[in-house]
Design a protein. Structure first.
Length: 233
């Protein structure tokens, strides 16, 4: 198992990493929310241990951003006085929680349970529109039977939308998902990358049918299954 440990208490993080390695698993540590989002966007993980009290942002924020593109199992760590946060974390898509101070055997058991549960039905791997197909497993986009060349940042943006087809993905989630890719934290850049994607994938890029702007909120990948109206790019 590849486990990402998101914890700013370094001795505790180190102890968890040692515990995992002793059991034959791999444990990497991120000690801030930002480091966590970078690590989560840059590699595949089997499970995430997420402390809720991080120095730069609320762990729940990390979780919400992560759920914009990934269903990787997450076990949150919370202190006893953080009961409200724990509820918010579960509402935001955490799979389980462990209250500090905890016993390593208990943590290990919970990790096993959530990863076993995640081995159930796999998430949708291919998302098709009448104009193009996004293959999430092979990480390619196909139009008219041929692979379309997209940059890593364009792919990331497309992937974030394709993991939630026909649903609005808000700008904050997209920006968080692009972190660690040298993309300045400004909505303006999302619009630029979206225009590039439209020029490669839309029949009429100025009147997008599939990569749709949702005014004031973000963007949506319309699969065309419900009939789509042009966005207002
Ligand atoms: Ca902490």
């Amino acid at each position: 198992m590849r486990v990402l440990i998101v914890e700013d208490d370094r001795p505790l993080a180190r102890a968890m990493a040692i515990m995992l390695r002793a059991g034959g698993d791999e444990g990497a540590v991120a000690s801030t929310g930002r480091e966590a989002l970078d690590a989560l966007g840059g590699a595949e993980w089997d499970v995430v241990i997420l402390d809720l009290g991080l120095p730069d942002m609320d762990g729940v924020h990390v979780l919400r951003a992560l759920r914009g593109w990934s269903s990787v199992p997450v076990v949150v760590l919370s202190a006893r006085h953080e009961a409200d946060q724990k509820v918010r974390a579960l509402d935001s898509g955490a799979d389980d929680y462990v209250t500090k101070p905890f016993n390593v055997d208990e943590l290990r058991a919970r990790l096993r349970v959530v990863t076993r549960r995640a081995e159930g039905p796999v998430e949708r791997r291919v998302v098709s529109t009448p104009g193009f197909t996004v293959d999430l497993a092979r990480r390619i986009v196909i139009r008219d039977g041929a692979e379309v060349g997209v940059t890593p940042t364009e792919w990331r943006l497309l992937e974030l939308l394709a993991r939630n087809p026909d649903a609005t993905v808000d700008r904050e989630t997209l920006l968080d998902g692009l972190r660690g890719r040298s993309v300045p934290h400004q909505s303006h850049y999302i619009r630029v990358y979206m225009q590039q994607l439209r020029s490669k994938l839309e029949p009429v890029p100025s009147q997008p049918r599939f990569l749709v702007t949702v005014p004031g909120r973000g963007y949506r990948l319309d699969t065309g299954s419900t009939g789509s109206a042009p966005g207002d790019s």
